[in-house]
Ligand binder design. Sequence first.
Ligand SMILES: NC(=O)c1ccc[n+]([C@@H]2O[C@H](COP(=O)([O-])OP(=O)(O)OC[C@H]3O[C@@H](n4cnc5c(N)ncnc54)[C@H](OP(=O)(O)O)[C@@H]3O)[C@@H](O)[C@H]2O)c1
Length: 244
Amino acid sequence: MNLSANTVLITGGASGIGLAMAGQFLQAGSKVIICDLDETALQDARQQHPALETLVCDVGQEADRVSLFNKIKKEFPEVNVLVNNAGIQRRLKLTEYAEEWHQTHQELAINLEAPIHLSALFIPLLRNQYGATIINISSIVAFVPAAWIPVYCATKAAIHSFTMSMRHQLAKARITVVEIVPPGVQTDLGGPGLHDFGVPLPEFTQAVMQGLQNGEVEIGYGTAEKVRASSRDDIDRLFRQLNP
Ligand SMILES: NC(=O)c1ccc[n+]([C@@H]2O[C@H](COP(=O)([O-])OP(=O)(O)OC[C@H]3O[C@@H](n4cnc5c(N)ncnc54)[C@H](OP(=O)(O)O)[C@@H]3O)[C@@H](O)[C@H]2O)c1
């Protein structure tokens, strides 16, 4: 993929991996629009990167996704790259399940419904564009679940599966479909301090951008690179190690 001369929409782009990718696409000469929940976070992002276009959108809400699509179609009809990046991660004890279903559903809606729905909305627009690309973010835990975040892992396994099917279906429409498989990366995912063990964000982002430039369609890094290619026996062993 050529990193310059694109118009890129990144969901959840006001922080973490999304913002880091936004910065790299801008630097390479692409136009970048980010959307996120919080106008203050978007303002901070604009301070870091004044060229960013920003929109408030809760991708967990169907109506917000439709209105995001309509705004982009009207204001940036040349959009050719969709990055389904927004995500949340929640710890959940299934033996002490005490929350309302809508709280559980929110994780499904943001991590899984949103990428499926946004992809479906944008495909008719993207199929007319040069260099059309949809980028989904799964996770190392799509392959080896971390049992303390069970719904999160399930959404990421589903995104891995959906991305493979979408890549197959869209090949004839000349839309490239990419899956990024991060290991633990130092961001505020799940809350500040919970991902301190991960790889530094700039190092990870650099590797991802290099993978995109090389035309890779499944981009892992570090431990995720090993795990995504593991055998079933290895995965069972890794699961036992991760969940003693
Ligand atoms: N960091 C890791 O170790 C890791 C590993 C594997 C995969 N990933 C995936 O990478 C992606 C980016 O995560 P990250 O690590 O960069 O985390 P992050 O720093 O928390 O970034 C996620 C962004 O998405 C936004 N967001 C959350 N809910 C949203 C919604 N309903 N609508 C719009 N935006 C929303 C967040 O806003 P708020 O801050 O306001 O909530 C935040 O700006 C996620 O899909 C995540 O699952 C991360």
